[in-house]
Write a protein that binds this ligand. Structure first.
Ligand SMILES: C[S@@+](CC[C@H](N)C(=O)[O-])C[C@H]1O[C@@H](n2cnc3c(N)ncnc32)[C@H](O)[C@@H]1O
Length: 275
C-alpha cells in the first residue's frame, strides 16, 4: 500500500472544495435570459483534466521543441499531459494538492467531478464555443480518456516523482527548477474562490520555479469575461520584474477561453553579464 504512507501534502488546502462535490452556489449562476452573461458554476475546484493534445492547443506548445526539456504542470489534476509528455521524451512533472492520495481516492474524485462538470456543460450550451471538438459528447469522451490515462500512470509516476503533492502559492521546488511552467484551469477561472492576493502570489511563484517561461490558461473568469484584475496584476508583476503578455490562441472551449497569459522574468540568467 505505497500511497497510504505518504503525507497528503496540502490536502487541507482544497479540502473544503472537495468536501461537498454536489454543493451549488446559486449566487454564481447568472442567466442569459436576464441579460447577464451565463456563467460556469465553479463553486469548488474540480478534479477534472484534459489531454496533451488540448494542452498543445491552448498553451500553445511546440511538441517538437520540448523533448529533453523540463516542464512543470501546476494544478495538473487528472490531466494526461505528464503521462503523454513523458512518453514523448519530455521531462514532465505534475503538481497538485491531491497527489499523495491513493489512486482509488483520486478515481473517486474523477467519478464525482466528471459527472458534475459534464452536467453543467450540458445544462448551459450557450456558454460554449467549441473549436476543437464537434460536441460536448466528444469533449467528455476525450477528457474521460485523459483521466483514465492519468490514473493508469499515477502510482508509477508518483514513485518516480513525476506526480508531486503541492499547492499554490507555495510550490515544493527550488528557484528555476523547470524550463517551462504551465498552469491551466485554476487561476482566473476560479476567481470567486481565490482573491487577488492569491493570484499575484501564485503568478510570482510560478515564475520563481521557472527558468524560461510560464503559461497560464485561460485568462478569463467563468463568465468568459477577461479577469477583472488583469491590468492591476500585470502592473504588479511588472513592478516585480516580470514581463507579461496576453496572447491569442487558436483554441476556444467555453466562450472567452481563447487567450493565454505568458510570463517571463525580465532578467534571465542568460542575460547576466559574467566577468
Ligand atoms: C480543473 S483542474 C485543472 C486540471 C488541468 N490543469 C487541466 O487543465 O486539465 C484544477 C486542479 O487544481 C487543483 N488545485 C486546487 N487548489 C490548488 C492550489 N492551491 N494549487 C494548485 N492546484 C490546486 C485541484 O486539485 C484540481 O486538480
Amino acid at each position: 500500500m505505497p500511497f497510504g504512507v505518504y503525507p497528503q501534502l496540502h490536502h487541507h488546502f482544497v479540502m473544503n472544495s472537495f468536501s461537498n462535490p454536489s454543493s451549488v452556489s446559486s449566487s454564481v449562476f447568472t442567466s442569459a435570459a436576464s441579460g447577464v452573461l451565463s456563467s460556469f458554476e465553479l463553486s469548488s475546484v474540480a478534479f477534472f483534466g484534459r489531454s496533451l493534445a488540448e494542452y498543445t492547443q491552448f498553451f500553445p506548445l511546440d511538441l517538437e521543441a520540448l523533448p529533453g526539456r523540463s516542464v512543470l504542470d501546476v494544478a495538473a489534476g487528472p490531466s494526461s499531459f505528464t503521462s503523454a509528455a513523458t512518453r514523448l521524451g519530455i521531462r514532465a512533472t505534475a503538481v497538485d494538492p491531491l497527489y499523495g492520495c491513493r489512486a482509488e481516492t483520486l478515481a473517486a474524485y474523477v467519478r464525482l467531478d466528471y459527472v458534475r462538470t459534464v452536467a453543467q456543460m450540458r445544462a448551459k450550451p450557450e456558454i460554449f464555443r467549441l473549436k476543437s471538438f464537434s460536441s460536448i459528447d466528444e469533449a467528455e469522451r476525450d477528457r474521460r480518456a485523459a483521466a483514465e490515462e492519468f490514473l493508469a500512470d499515477y502510482e508509477a509516476g508518483f514513485l518516480d516523482n513525476r506526480y508531486v503533492g503541492g499547492a499554490l502559492p507555495r510550490l515544493p521546488f527550488a528557484d528555476g527548477s523547470f524550463d517551462v511552467v504551465l498552469c491551466a484551469h485554476l487561476l482566473f477561472i476560479y476567481e470567486r474562490l481565490f482573491d487577488y492576493a492569491f493570484h499575484l502570489a501564485a503568478c510570482r511563484e510560478l515564475v520563481r520555479v521557472s527558468r524560461d517561461e510560464v503559461r497560464i490558461h485561460p485568462v478569463c473568469g467563468p463568465d468568459g469575461r477577461p479577469y477583472a484584475e488583469l491590468e492591476r496584476l500585470r502592473t504588479d508583476l511588472a513592478a516585480a520584474g516580470i514581463r507579461s503578455q496576453v496572447v491569442a490562441v487558436n483554441y476556444e472551449f467555453f466562450r472567452g477561453s481563447d487567450t493565454t497569459l505568458v510570463l517571463e522574468r525580465r532578467v534571465k540568467q542568460a542575460d547576466f553579464v559574467t566577468y
